[in-house]
Design a protein around this ligand. Structure first.
Ligand code: SF4
Ligand code: SF4
Length: 113
């Protein structure tokens, strides 16, 4: 008789299942590591941003890297970017963001994906 047993989940699927059940989003984010490039991979154009009313980047960035400063300009820290692209997709300012991935393997590394 041949062994017909087959697992419901493959090994990698089990790992992902356990992670999604038992590891909170905060824990997942805090496990990220960053190899920071000296050159910003995202650059904002303050002239465009100053005329932006929505400023969606502030509320949309999951890493909370955008802030509105007292003079209504935008403060931004690229160093802990999650490289999700949300700011670029939702930005309403034409050409406000110059966006690229960090070079040479720099940027974020995810433990949990
Ligand atoms: S949404 Fe775009 S244009 Fe508006 S403040 Fe943010 S980066 Fe600037
Ligand atoms: S790519 Fe994602 S994490 Fe990085 S600045 Fe934009 S919204 Fe924030």
């Amino acid at each position: 008789m041949s062994n017909q047993w087959s697992p419901i989940y493959e090994k990698d699927q089990v790992s992902q299942e356990l992670v999604s059940r038992y590891v909170s989003m905060t824990e997942r984010l805090s496990s990220n590591t960053f190899f920071i490039d000296n050159k910003p991979h995202i650059v904002i154009d303050q002239d465009v941003c100053s005329g932006c009313e929505r400023k969606t980047c502030i509320t949309a960035c999951p890493a909370e890297l955008f802030v509105e400063l007292h003079d209504s300009s935008i403060g931004f820290n690229y160093e802990y970017c999650l490289e999700c692209g949300t700011c670029l997709i939702l930005c309403s300012g034409d050409g406000a963001l110059s966006w690229s991935y960090p070079k040479d393997g720099r940027g974020v590394s995810y433990l949990y994906g």
